[in-house]
Design a protein around this ligand. Structure first.
Ligand code: NAI
Length: 244
């Protein structure tokens, strides 16, 4: 039977690339998306072209009950979830002086509480199977902090604490929990930056370029594979050397 990977926020960007990369490895894919505006149909077709099954579930990860329902649907469809990638995330950047309570809360709700909501509902199935991989998408700014991103950095730092705690709780059940910390990756999320700013950032990175979605997906592929069977509780930086 094929292994199943569940990736949140996977209709576009890094999540889509992770889904495609794992599909190429033979995983059946459960693909989460938030709204009809996400181009989920095309993403699903691209995944199915890899000769694996793709099951798309609409759900806002910040809603616990919706996550519970989504996980039930995936288990009904595939019977198991071997790999969970908590990728869904948002930004609402601004200096603290101007940041409203709602701007702080909504970013924490999607990025951090969303990671809890999905993981909490998936982990029972992994515990029964006595195996599983959980890969959480954090960020370099969860380690370094960043002016204008107090909400986002706090959410991404929270994901790192969550990852390490779960790695300790679940190791004896053969469930491996790791995080990736991407730097600046070319996606819709960073497209909002002005070209001059992107060039400045690229100059400051030892590898002198922004990362691609493939750069991230290939590390997730490794963390989902047998090759990483003695790695848990780690945060793998994918940032061209930006943060050392
Ligand atoms: P993106 O904006 O292209 O994709 C994010 C996806 O998450 C979208 O498909 C969106 O619909 C989904 N999403 C947002 N809120 C959701 C919710 N409440 N429920 C379900 N899905 C939801 O962004 P990108 O760049 O692909 O980001 C993916 C992950 O990588 C995020 O967690 C982001 O924080 C992280 N990241 C991105 C970096 C970058 O430079 N692009 C750097 C470091 C981390």
């Amino acid at each position: 039977m094929s292994k199943v990977a569940f990736i949140t926020g996977a209709a576009r960007g890094i999540g889509k690339q992770i889904a495609l990369t794992l599909a190429k490895e033979g995983f059946d894919i459960a693909l989460n998306y938030r709204s009809e505006n996400d181009d989920v149909e095309n993403t699903a077709k691209e995944i199915e072209n890899e000769n694996v099954k793709c099951f798309a579930v609409k759900c806002d990860v910040s809603n616990f009950e919706a996550c519970e329902e989504a996980v039930k649907k995936i288990i009904d469809e595939f019977g198991q979830i071997d790999v969970l990638v908590n990728n869904a995330g948002i930004t609402k950047d601004m200096l603290l002086m101007r940041m409203k309570k709602e701007d702080f809360e909504s970013v924490i709700d999607v990025n951090l509480v969303g990671t809890f909501n999905v993981t909490k509902n998936v982990v029972n199935h992994m515990m029964k199977a006595r195996s599983g991989r959980i890969i959480n998408v954090s960020s370099v700014v969860g380690i370094s902090g960043n002016a204008g991103q107090a909400n986002y950095s706090a959410s991404k730092a929270g994901i790192i604490g969550f990852t390490k705690s779960l790695a300790k709780e679940l190791g004896s059940r053969n469930i491996l929990v790791n995080a990736v910390a991407p730097g600046f990756i070319e996606t819709a999320m960073t497209d909002v930056l002005k070209d001059e700013i992107k060039e400045e950032i690229a100059k400051s990175i030892p590898l002198k370029r922004m990362g691609t979605t493939e750069d991230v997906a290939n590390v997730v592929k490794f963390l989902a594979s047998k090759d990483s069977s003695y790695i848990t509780g780690q945060v793998i930086h994918i940032d061209g050397g930006m943060l050392m």
